[in-house]
Design a protein around this ligand. Sequence first.
Ligand code: ATP
Length: 238
Amino acid sequence: MAPHAGLLTAAVQVRRLVRRYDERAVLDGVDLDIAPGEFVALLGKSGSGKSTLLRALAGLDSDVAGTGELVVPAQVSVVFQDSRLLPWARVLDNVLLGLNGAGERGRQSLDEVGLAGRENAWPNELSGGEQQRVALARSLVREPELLLADEPFGALDALTRLKMHALLRKLCAAHQPAVLLVTHDVDEAIVLADRVIVLDQGRLVAQEQIELAAPRSPADPGFAAVRARLLDALGVSL
Ligand SMILES: Nc1ncnc2c1ncn2[C@@H]1O[C@H](COP(=O)(O)OP(=O)(O)OP(=O)(O)O)[C@@H](O)[C@H]1O
C-alpha cells in the first residue's frame, strides 16, 4: 500500500508547513488534511498563525512555497471579515467579477443568499450583513472545492451573525465545498463545523470532532462539554 493512498481524496493536504518572519516560525510544521465537503473551524489565540495559514492555503503567500507540501484544489474562494466589494460596481457585477456570460448564475446566487431583487444596488446601499451575503454569493457562484473564510462574521452584530450561521450551513449543504473557517468564537466553531482544530504558536495542538446533531445550539446537551475542552486547548481557564 502506498503511504499516500487515501489522501488522494483529500481536498486539502498540508505537510510540515513552515512560515517564518525574521527567523521566527509563525507556522511551525503544520500538518492538515481536509476531506471534500468537510467543514473545519480553526481556533487559536490572537497571533497564533490562523490568518497566516489561511493566506498560505489561499495562495496569497508565496514565501511558504518549498517548506513542505501544500496541495489545494484548483477552485478556491476566500471570504474575509470585510466584504471587499468594489464600491463602484453594482451588486450583480460584484458577484460576477471576472465571470463572463454568467448573469443567470449570479442572479441565482443572490437569490440563494436572500438578496433577490438587489442586483442593481450599490454596495454602500447595503447593510454590513447584506454585504457579507454578497461576498458569499461571489464566492459560491464559482463553485469552489475549497472555501476559506477568515472571521467572515466578526464585524457583525450577534443577531445577524446567527442568521449568517444558518445561511452558511444551508449554502454548504447545497454546494458541499470543503471549508476552513477561522474564528475567535468557540460557539460559532462548534455550531458550524464537522471538526474544530486549535492552533497555538504555529502548531496544531488539538482537534475535536463535533458529533452533536445539526442544527446545533449552545443550549444542546453535550455542547458545554465540547466548549470546555476547546477552551482548555486554548489555554482559557474558567
Ligand atoms: N507581514 C508580516 N510581517 C511580520 N510578522 C507578521 C506578518 N504577518 C503576520 N506576522 C506575525 O505572524 C504572527 C501570526 O499572525 P496571524 O495574523 O497569522 O495571527 P492570527 O492567529 O490570525 O491572529 P488574530 O487572531 O489576531 O487575527 C503574528 O505574531 C504576527 O505578528
